[in-house]
Design a protein around this ligand. Structure first.
Ligand SMILES: Nc1ncnc2c1ncn2[C@@H]1O[C@H](COP(=O)(O)OP(=O)(O)O)[C@@H](O)[C@H]1O
Ligand code: SF4
Ligand SMILES: [Mg+2]
Length: 323
């Protein structure tokens, strides 16, 4: 059963230069106990999607359409007072660049205790006991509870944030680029930690990243996002063995495969478009090596492929994208 269902979500930012169509018709389902990854380059709307689920959007953001159903409740319709009972307590998030956001003059244990006592009505001594448990859960040595952020490596600080996000026992954890800026081994350790937490706690996880290779090892299902839209969606095995969208294909080819040294890596030319005036037709057409005239004019619909996933490309059944 789905624990979270996002349906036709549109979130735009009102700016002096015009409306930024950051999330433009996004739908997906998160199943209970699943790791679902949203993958795409920077500027494709991933953080806006997760901030909308948490309802922590800045004032210039406007939700144009859609619903986000959690436990039978549309999170976009409930008053803030009700959302406060869900945010952090039932759905928690590790923010992009979180590991650089700890308070440098306060020991890490106290910072987690503060987070706990802000959200839960429990005495401080009990909160400290909880922090010790959380430290153990995320693989940190509880003897270091009173250490300061600068005494921790980047990977350890990220673990502190994961502990903080788990402090109210949420059912869903959203991790926005949790491994960006970490070296490859530490990245792998953090992703393995998420996988262990899913197993131990029965957590459902939304993992957001620009690094497709990183999610391959831990995800069950992925959505590839480009310029505010999902362009391909399916289970991890199908997407990696048989991508149907050129963007997915190029993303896979642009990361080195584990164990293959000689492989020539592909680079995707250019960068994602401004979302004030995104390209007409298929938004990927200016960068797509397979684009035809139709791609410049007509937007490709997101179609179901034999119940094996969804893809939005006019040529999805004609291209032979071999991995
Ligand atoms: N507060 C904001 N005001 C205006 N535009 C924004 C704001 N936040 C994000 N954007 C724009 O929305 C688009 C999607 O951004 P974001 O959701 O952060 O993408 P991602 O997480 O995939 O990098 C980008 O074009 C970005 O510049
Ligand atoms: S619709 Fe056209 S431009 Fe878009 S990904 Fe498919 S082939 Fe490329
Ligand atoms: Mg982001």
């Amino acid at each position: 059963m789905s624990i979270l269902e996002v349906n036709n979500l549109r979130v735009y930012y009102d700016t002096m230069r015009g409306e930024v169509k950051a999330v433009d018709g996004v739908s997906f389902k998160l199943e209970k106990g699943e790791i679902f990854s949203i993958v795409g380059e920077s500027g494709c709307g991933k953080t806006t999607t997760s901030n909308t689920i948490m309802r922590i959007l800045p004032p210039e953001a406007v939700i144009k359409s859609g619903s986000i159903t959690f436990d039978g409740i549309n999170l976009l319709e409930i008053p803030e007072k009700e959302m406060k009972k869900i945010r952090w307590k039932r759905i928690a998030m590790v923010f992009q660049n979180a590991m650089n956001a700890l308070n440098p003059v306060k020991n890490v244990g106290s910072q987690i205790v503060d987070a706990i006592t802000t959200h839960l009505n429990i005495p401080e001594a009990e909160a400290w006991r909880k922090v010790k448990e959380l430290f153990e859960l995320v693989g940190l040595d509880p003897s270091r509870l009173k250490d300061y952020p600068h005494e921790f490596s980047g990977g350890m600080r990220q673990r502190v944030f994961i502990a903080m996000a788990l402090s109210c026992d949420p059912e869903i954890l959203i991790a926005d680029e949790p491994t960006t800026g970490l070296d490859v081994i530490v990245q792998r350790n953090i992703l393995n930690l998420l996988r262990d937490l899913r197993k131990k706690l029965g957590l459902s996880i939304i993992l957001i990243t620009h690094d497709l290779a990183a999610v391959a090892q831990v995800s069950d299902k992925i959505a590839i996002m480009y310029a505010g839209k999902i362009v391909e969606y399916g289970n991890i095995y199908d997407i990696f063995t048989r991508p149907r969208h050129p963007y997915t294909y190029l993303l896979i080819k642009s990361f080195p495969k584990i164990g293959s040294k000689k492989e020539r890596l592909v680079t995707i030319k250019g960068s994602p478009p401004s979302l004030i005036n995104p390209p007409k037709g298929c938004r990927f057409h200016p960068r797509c090596p397979y684009a035809i005239e139709k791609c410049r004019i007509e937007e490709p619909p997101l179609v179901n492929i034999n119940n094996k996933g969804l893809v939005a490309c006019h040529l999805y059944d004609q291209l032979n994208l071999v991995i």
